[in-house]
Design a binder for this molecule. Structure first.
Ligand SMILES: Cc1cc2nc3c(=O)[nH]c(=O)nc-3n(C[C@H](O)[C@H](O)[C@H](O)COP(=O)(O)OP(=O)(O)OC[C@H]3O[C@@H](n4cnc5c(N)ncnc54)[C@H](O)[C@@H]3O)c2cc1C
Length: 498
């Protein structure tokens, strides 16, 4: 056997030895049912919603108590082992993808709602609680948690905090960062830390804002206090059809320019409405090139007045048809299509890559037309769904990850969308985070000096670089950390799905 042939064998032996050492150490601090390391048990954890990229961790920890979380972190810190926190694994940028020589720390068992306080309009929850479960617990008090990612039935508040997640209602009610008051958790060393407070403001640097959106790289979140808002008395939704994507894009800008902040303002193009309609039968206009969903909420009088104003603006912008939901059942049916856009895409393609860039609202039509040209350039189909009011795009590039050439073209297509968004004055991510997916594009968005500042912040929290290394910041070190992850950072690539 020559040196090149024996290298993979040596690497596998080295990994097995490391795994044995780490598992033995973790067995001392965790009960047997809280530690997985056999490959058949760790396989379900090898990717998040970005299924094209996979990696098996050395072990998966499923602690049930804070003392166990602390012990896992201390053990890993002592051994210099990377730790990747994981919520529900619905992330779309590879943020929770394991480290090949690291441990995945699942917060799945931290799923208790600790308190709902209708007087202060807050809820305190463990970080493995599902987003929707907070609103369900608050409902008897006439309250709900506003940020509503389409994955809210499954995704956790810990994942939402790490990604600064958004959703349909975030245009009016703000992103996760605007709705979380306090986060308690542990550093990489296992020290307890609290960011923010239940008061309106906290003295000193606003570290809560730094931690929200930090993609599991600064601390592991255990518990959060979130803001609740009163459920509106009434909500109604307009479905508007357009015969061109340019008119639909311009209509979005016109609604906001008219001084209206809808409770939701979403857009879908024709390929997306076709995929969705076949799946959930939401009643979408399949003859339209694009549709807008435009929601108003408040008192009945406010809603009536706003629906009339929005209808007038949409008609002036060239809507070919308007339908206003007549009751709650119909409103939910309109939204059921939008909320199922991603699973609907999964039915028409073996894989999809969901992009997430943002652009100024007035450029919506320009980017849509540019994406149509890219479909021809890369020979791949793309269906579009947008948080249009926020200028947040979700082009879904359809491809087959088993075909290495299609994966390469999908990556290039995605990078082109991100770079074009930045050139139009936007950003590479609106709500799904950087993860591994957008590492290379971070260099398009930021200068070296800016990336180094981010790296310094990371080091201030986690000097050994053990929390989720290889993600978000494309320093040579961090890309090297993952070994396999160099395509996305600008070098040779991750293995496509086998
Ligand atoms: C069908 C579908 C629809 C979606 N729609 C939306 C949408 O509308 N808006 C939106 O913003 N996103 C959306 N997403 C993306 C995803 O659901 C969100 O990013 C969500 O916040 C991830 O939560 P999770 O619990 O699944 O986190 P995971 O995927 O498990 O992890 C995401 C990141 O958070 C970190 N993390 C998780 N828990 C913790 C913790 N306790 N402490 C520290 N770090 C942690 C992980 O390390 C990782 O970096 C969608 C995804 C899918 C599959």
């Amino acid at each position: 056997m020559n040196a090149a042939d024996s290298a993979p064998f040596a690497a596998a032996q080295e990994r097995a030895a490391r795994q044995s050492q780490v598992v033995q150490a973790l067995q001392r601090v965790l009960p047997a049912d809280a530690l997985l390391w056999h490959s058949e048990d760790t396989t379900p954890y090898e990717c998040d919603g970005l299924t094209a990229y996979r990696q098996r961790p050395l072990a998966v920890c499923l602690p049930q108590t804070e003392a166990q979380v602390q012990a896992v972190l201390r053990t890993c810190h002592g051994l210099g082992v990377p730790v990747v926190a994981r919520g529900a694994g619905t992330g779309l940028s590879g943020g929770a993808m394991p480290h090949a020589l690291g441990v995945t720390l699942s917060l799945a068992r931290f799923n208790r709602i600790l308190a709902v306080d209708p007087v202060s309009r807050t809820a305190t929850v463990q970080c493995g609680v599902r987003n929707l479960a907070i609103s369900e617990a608050a409902a008897p008090h006439g309250l709900y948690y506003a940020p509503d990612p389409s994955s809210q039935i499954a995704c956790t508040i810990g994942g939402n905090i790490a990604e600064n997640s958004g959703g349909v209602h975030c245009l009016k009610y703000g992103l996760t960062v605007h709705n979380v008051l306090r986060v308690r958790g542990f550093t990489a060393e296992g020290d307890e830390v609290t960011f923010g407070s239940e008061a309106l403001d906290a003295p000193g640097y606003d570290l809560l804002a730094a931690v929200i959106g930090s993609e599991g790289m600064l601390a592991v979140a255990i518990e959060a206090t979130v803001r609740l808002v009163p459920k509106p008395q009434l909500a109604r939704c307009i479905m508007a059809s357009f015969d061109s994507v340019r008119k639909a894009g311009d209509a979005v800008a016109a609604v906001i320019a008219a001084g209206i902040i809808p409770a939701g303002l979403e857009m879908m193009d024709k390929p997306m409405t076709a995929a969705v309609e076949d799946f959930v039968h939401a009643g979408y206009d399949l003859s339209a090139e694009a549709i807008l969903l435009c929601e108003s909420d408040g008192t009945p009088e406010e809603v009536e007045e706003e629906i009339a104003r929005m209808s007038a603006v949409l008609q002036d912008a060239g809507a070919t048809a308007l339908a206003v939901s007549r009751d709650e059942e119909e409103r939910l049916r309109f939204w059921s299509g939008r909320k199922n856009a991603f699973p609907a895409s999964g039915r028409i393609s073996p894989d999809y890559m969901c992009m997430d860039s943002t652009i100024p609202r007035k450029r919506l039509a320009d980017i849509l037309l540019a994406i149509q040209d890219m479909e021809k350039k890369y020979g791949l189909r793309c269906a579009n769904v947008f948080h249009a009011g926020d200028g947040n795009l979700h082009p879904l590039i359809l491809f087959d990850a088993n075909d290495a050439d299609q994966l390469r073209r999908a990556e290039a297509f995605g990078a082109d969308i991100m770079n074009t968004s930045v050139a139009m004055g936007g950003a590479i991510t609106g709500e799904h985070g950087v993860g591994v997916e957008k590492l290379a594009s971070m260099r398009v968005q930021f200068t070296d000096a800016e990336l180094q500042q981010m790296e310094r912040l990371k080091q201030a929290f986690d000097p050994q670089g053990l929390l989720n290394p290889g993600k978000v910041i494309p320093t040579p070190n961090r890309c090297g950390d993952l070994g396999l992850m160099k395509t996305l950072a600008g070098g040779p690539g991750l293995a496509p799905r086998a």
